[in-house]
Design a protein around this ligand. Structure first.
Ligand SMILES: [Zn+2]
Length: 540
């Protein structure tokens, strides 16, 4: 979880300085799922409270976007944060399972404006405090949610609920789960391990910003003053607490959850629970806290978790902005234009009608002859020349298809809200003219017949008809066509007696004809005229 990335990120941050200013409260979800699954699941869904999505994937993405907005409104972050999100099967049984896993992508220390020296901060917070945006296409958080939840072998008692908002739901709220997981990625976690060791870059050990606030409630000793063994003992003491100014101030709103010494209790059961111990609030809060390690019944509250974010270094909004749920409509399905039918190009250009609101188009080309996928590529609308959302999109992939095979293709339009249904597919077959006929396939009679020159040839692959030519020399410029048809022989009765001709053929199909075959010569025999003996005898 925390190894070499630590050191490299520190170096990268020190070199990158930028003074750009961004819109406040900027957390976006990057959909990492493949077409048709997870966040792109096309299964039809009925809209639920707060969530107008009409497919399962669209509803899931709406929930993630709303959860991202939840924290953006509270942290008021200036530097964009991107969350790489997907939905895949995670470990699970019928009675228990992992709902999701998430965390910061990396960490750094001693960056510009670091609040405490030699202390590890999650990368989203590093970038915010140093006003240093991540590279384009990078992301600061990763979150995977369990797509199996609610199936017979995975928490069969409750499926995901896609209701947006903190409200009673049937099943397990993906919304509160997503808020919880994003919080971990924003820094709600310690890097101290079960044995009390702090974060290391392989050379030294460092405090992390979360553990700065941890304290043994009874003794008042902070984790920063403890040995590894003492921290390990504290993490299973049931006596671990948080001592940070903002959390301390927010604690009075809770009727339970305070430690004996009036601090916020941190989850530290006597048996260490990997992934849960230390990096969550205790389960004893009333009302329930959203950063408790598991659901303990009542609806969760986020005030304390929000306060904790301020204690670890986020510059929190003084008054949370009212949540705005951005709902981007999924684009309409695409209508294809070409190719279809019979074509000759092995790298055809695909064209279709643009649809409004599509950011990308997924081209899928299937080889029906071999039953394999030939091309699956996502193109941005601008790459397809139709970013305006109208007109014709056009793409020419460089992947060469196989001549004489049959293909089916389709386009799926998509944007941040999800994918449209796939377009009605079109099919095409690539046909190319046959190859030059084999040199030994042509046979021409030479003096065998007096009434014709017999020309015959073998059949050629991919040919549906043939052309035969009579030439007066070996030059093709002297050739005239004497036959076109599906037969493989022709009797040239129009050849003049006593003249030697050169014959050639071409193999043809609807895509055109091959080049000329090599020539073979042939001729008609003279007619032998019998001389009458009677005539000769008259002279006697
Ligand atoms: Zn958690």
């Amino acid at each position: 979880m925390f190894s070499k990335a630590f050191f490299y990120s520190f170096t990268a941050i020190a070199l990158l300085l930028c003074t750009s200013v961004y819109a406040a409260g900027n957390i976006t979800i990057v959909n990492a799922d493949s077409p048709g699954e997870g966040l792109n699941d096309q299964t039809a869904a009925t809209p639920v409270t707060g969530n107008p999505g009409t497919t399962v994937g669209q509803q899931r993405l709406n929930v993630y976007n709303a959860a991202a907005q939840f924290w953006a409104n509270r942290l008021n972050n200036q530097v964009p944060i991107r969350v790489l999100a997907n939905m895949d099967p995670l470990s699970c049984s019928a009675s228990s399972g992992v709902l999701a896993s998430a965390g910061p992508r990396t960490f750094a220390i001693n960056f510009p404006n670091a609040p405490v020296a030699n202390t590890v901060y999650p990368i989203a917070l590093v970038q915010e405090l140093s006003n240093t945006p991540g590279a384009a296409n990078s992301y600061e958080l990763a979150a995977t949610f369990n797509s199996s939840v609610g199936t017979p072998n995975c928490l069969s008692g409750g499926a995901w609920s896609y209701v947006i908002g903190i409200a009673p739901v049937t099943g397990i709220s993906l919304y509160t789960t997503a808020i919880h997981e994003i919080a971990h990625g924003l820094g709600f976690l310690t890097l101290v391990n079960q044995n009390g060791f702090r974060a290391s870059n392989g050379i030294s050990f460092y405090n992390d910003t979360y553990m700065l606030n941890l304290v043994d409630d009874s003794s008042g000793t902070r984790w920063t003053s403890m040995s590894n063994a003492q921290r390990a003992a504290s993490s299973i003491s049931n006596d671990l607490a948080w001592d940070g100014a903002t959390v301390n101030a927010a604690l009075s709103a809770f009727s339970a959850g305070q430690s004996p010494n009036g601090r916020a209790k941190i989850f530290s059961p006597s048996s260490y629970q990997s992934g849960s111990s230390v990096s969550h609030f205790d389960t004893s809060y009333t009302p329930n806290e959203i950063m408790e390690p598991y659901d303990t019944g009542d609806l969760p509250e986020s005030a304390l978790s929000n306060a904790l974010m301020c204690d670890i270094g986020w510059v929190c909004a003084t008054t949370p902005v009212a949540p705005v749920i951005p709902v981007v409509p999924i684009p309409a399905a695409v209508t294809l234009i070409s190719p279809s039918g019979t074509i000759t190009d092995t790298t055809p250009t695909y064209t279709w009608n643009a649809v409004s609101g599509a950011s990308d188009y997924v081209l899928s080309v299937q080889n029906n002859s071999s039953g394999t996928a030939a091309i699956t590529t996502t193109y941005s609308a601008s790459a397809a020349g139709c970013s305006s959302g109208s007109g014709i999109c056009s793409i020419t992939p460089t992947t060469a298809l196989t001549a004489y095979d049959q293909y089916q293709w389709s386009i799926t339009s998509e944007n941040s809200a999800g994918q449209a249904p796939q377009s009605t597919p079109k099919s095409f077959t690539i046909i190319q003219p046959p190859a030059q006929p084999a040199s030994n396939s042509l046979s021409v009679s030479g003096g065998t017949y007096t009434d014709k020159v017999e020309v015959s040839w073998g059949s050629e692959s991919n040919a549906t008809f043939y052309e035969a030519y009579r030439c007066t020399s070996s030059l093709v410029s002297s050739c005239v066509q004497i036959y076109s048809g599906s037969a493989t022989a022709y009797n040239d009765t129009a050849a003049q007696t006593g003249v030697t001709y050169y014959y050639r053929t071409k193999a043809c199909n609807t895509a055109g004809c091959s080049s000329y075959s090599v020539s073979k010569f042939g001729y008609k025999a003279y007619v032998i005229v019998p001389i009458l003996l009677d005539y000769l005898l008259e002279e006697e």
